[in-house]
Design a protein around this ligand. Structure first.
Ligand SMILES: NC(=O)c1ccc[n+]([C@@H]2O[C@H](COP(=O)([O-])OP(=O)(O)OC[C@H]3O[C@@H](n4cnc5c(N)ncnc54)[C@H](OP(=O)(O)O)[C@@H]3O)[C@@H](O)[C@H]2O)c1
Length: 248
């Protein structure tokens, strides 16, 4: 229980990778503020499951992270409910193609907003509380920062910005707050991307050195490590991709 009594806010935590991060951190003793946008049922089920193990250890907060005025409130609600903030995990992300010729400002606002702008302004709002706790920030980035995904110009740029933000905030917030990232490779297929057919899935898996998809728990373990067991690590991004990024 290395995270006993620690308070952690996880964005987009209701399901998929975010939920795995929540389960791992909770199992190690953390109290969680789980943020969700539209996945209310998943969020409530997750809370119920986790609170069966430890009552009063999970709170839910709903917000569309594109609504800037909601951002400071997420941090404040966490501190009001649990009394402090030890770590912020910026996991929420939108993901959809933006082929050249079909770019829209709306797509820019959505992808940059959820993947880059919200993590920055959440971090800023969290700074006074994280500083008190000598806490940390973990940003969930992507291997496609280094190797762009075709047709995803804005998403690639947003995650590239998040990688730069990770290093930049590490510089700004040292020595009291560590800022790191985790860059997943293929972990879970996107929910609404039918273009990833069976042959493309096979090709992506074949290009991992370990010849398989990762699991959400692999990302959760890296996040846990950076929060709980990495006191001398800041400004770094750990790639968790089964070796795919050295074999693209
Ligand atoms: N899955 C992978 O293999 C993979 C690969 C590379 C990188 N990643 C990164 O790892 C993280 C988790 O991946 P994932 O596949 O589990 O993510 P995901 O399911 O695509 O998205 C996570 C959550 O982000 C929330 N979200 C999206 N836009 C939002 C907004 N405007 N405001 C608030 N919340 C918003 C959604 O919450 P609601 O459902 O509540 O609306 C969603 O459940 C992401 O940062 C992703 O970019 C994942």
């Amino acid at each position: 229980m290395t995270l006993k009594n620690k308070v952690i806010l996880v964005t987009g935590g209701a399901k998929r990778v975010g939920a795995a991060i929540c389960c791992k951190l909770h199992a190690q003793g953390a109290n969680l503020m789980v943020h969700y946008r539209s996945s209310q049922n998943d969020a409530q089920m997750l809370r119920q499951t986790l609170e069966q193990m430890r009552p009063d250890s999970v709170e839910l907060v709903q917000a569309d992270l594109l609504e800037m005025e909601r951002i400071p409130g997420l941090i404040e609600e966490t501190v009001r409910r649990f009394g402090k903030l030890d770590a912020l995990v910026n996991n929420a992300s939108s993901f959809f193609p933006t082929p050249i010729g079909q770019l829209t400002e709306q797509a820019w606002v959505d992808l940059i907003g959820s993947n880059l702008k919200a993590p920055l302004f959440l971090s800023q709002a969290a700074v006074p509380y994280l500083e008190k706790q000598h806490g940390c920030i973990v940003n969930i980035v992507d291997i496609h920062v280094e190797h762009p995904l075709k047709n995803y110009v804005i998403y690639n740029a947003a995650k590239g910005g998040l990688a730069a933000l990770t290093r930049s905030l590490a510089l700004e917030l040292a020595p009291f707050i560590r800022v790191n990232g985790v860059a997943p490779g293929p972990i879970m297929w996107p929910e609404h991307e039918e273009w990833i057919d069976q042959s493309l899935r096979k090709e992506i898996i074949d290009r991992t050195l370990l010849k398989r998809m990762g699991e959400p728990e692999d990302i959760a373990k890296a996040v846990y490590f950076l929060i709980a067991d990495a006191p001398f690590i800041t400004g770094q991004i750990i790639v968790v991709d089964g070796g795919r990024s050295i074999n693209l």
